[in-house]
Design a protein around this ligand. Structure first.
Ligand SMILES: NC(=O)c1ccc[n+]([C@@H]2O[C@H](COP(=O)([O-])OP(=O)(O)OC[C@H]3O[C@@H](n4cnc5c(N)ncnc54)[C@H](OP(=O)(O)O)[C@@H]3O)[C@@H](O)[C@H]2O)c1
Length: 330
């Protein structure tokens, strides 16, 4: 699959990147994920690079810089030069005001150990300053050469448009909006996000593209695995018995279609996501094991037919009916 530009910027990314929330270490995120050691991070990042992934999504909030540092340590150990891959990170807006963006950017750069910020995102629409003021500050930081492009995350269609308009006044384009999108969560089709992203030329970055592992089929195959999940993940993940039953035909469909391509259910789910919406959507699956990153990268290695895309569209509509989506990661 060809690389795509993030919005109308010159940042080029593979349709699949690697989500690095799993590298957040101890603290809040360990309520959801078992903390990974640096050795594991090294092998996960190595598997992603070997599979052709060229970008990584991290955040200040992922262990207050722990993920940023672990990711870049792994890149250094692989002799990846700054600029050879793209790095997206995020500013944590709560409880902060816009000037904090400029005050803390050097800390982000120091956590990234010499790797540039190719995309800087506002993590959530909850800052104590209006969106237009946050964008003005982002523009200032960009003009100072500290970041390469600007994005947002968890912004509604209206908030995204406000951010885009504010940046336009500065002569800058909004690159992206990172939101939850997967075969079981297609709200972008009804809440205006997809339509407005296409109109504005903004890329939608799909987080939780595997519905936190549900779309891999591993919990359908072996429900006992659910017991091993950390409490927050089990609670927020939507793994109730009724939902597992309702999603089973989708998993069977992913498996059947995958067998025609020598692909796994997770690879078919990711391929659908970055194909069905054209170039507008890219995805950042997370991985806690190198095999998972390798598998995710492999999702870029085949092409689903129009019939297969349509079949998955149908199966996903039946599977996702009535399920309320879990809250964002913070
Ligand atoms: N902006 C936001 O508010 C926000 C919110 C959430 C996430 N994110 C970003 O999006 C990224 C991905 O989201 P996510 O981690 O929530 O969900 P996800 O990518 O849907 O799920 C990742 C989890 O699925 C399992 N998995 C992945 N590949 C697998 C495979 N091939 N076989 C079996 N299991 C597999 C792993 O679970 P185990 O670790 O249990 O094996 C992995 O930790 C994050 O890393 C983060 O960068 C952003």
């Amino acid at each position: 699959m060809k690389k795509r530009r993030l919005g109308r910027t010159d940042v080029e990314v593979t349709p699949i990147g690697l989500g690095c929330m799993q590298f957040a270490g101890a603290g809040f995120y360990s309520l959801g994920f078992t903390p990974t050691t640096q050795d594991t991070v090294d092998s996960v990042v190595g598997a992603a690079l070997d599979g052709g992934i060229n970008w990584f999504d991290t955040a200040e909030a992922y262990g207050r810089g722990t993920s940023e540092r672990s990711l870049t340590t792994a890149l250094q150990r692989r002799d990846v030069e700054p600029g050879e891959v793209a790095i997206a990170t995020k500013w944590m807006p709560f409880p902060r005001r816009a000037p904090n963006i400029g005050r803390t950017i050097d800390t982000r750069l120091s956590r990234l150990q010499g790797y540039p910020v190719d995309l800087y995102q506002i993590h959530l629409p909850v800052a104590l300053s209006p969106i237009s003021v946050q964008m003005r500050e982002m523009a200032r930081v960009l003009r100072a050469g500290k970041i390469r492009s600007i994005g947002v995350s968890n912004f509604s269609a209206h908030q995204m448009e406000t951010a885009s308009r504010a940046l336009e006044r500065e002569g800058i384009v909004l690159a992206s909006n990172q939101v939850r999108i997967n075969l079981l969560d297609r709200r972008i089709e009804n809440n205006g996000l997809l339509e407005i992203a296409r109109r504005l030329g903004v890329t939608l970055i799909a987080y939780s593209p595997l519905a936190q592992g549900l779309l891999t089929g591993r919990f359908h195959e072996n429900p006992e695995l659910l017991r091993a999940l950390r409490p927050l993940r089990r609670m927020a993940g939507g793994y109730g018995r009724r939902r597992m039953a309702r999603t089973a035909p989708l998993i069977d469909g992913l498996r059947a279609i995958g067998s025609a391509h020598g692909a796994t259910p997770s690879q078919v789910a990711l391929n659908w996501l970055v194909s069905y919406y054209g170039d507008t959507v890219v995805a950042i699956p997370g991985a806690s094991k190198p095999r998972q990153a390798e598998e995710s990268a492999g999702a870029m290695g085949f092409r689903l037919t129009e019939d297969e895309l349509a079949r998955l569209d149908q199966l996903s509509r039946t599977a996702s009916a009535q399920h309320p989506a879990p809250a964002p990661d913070r």
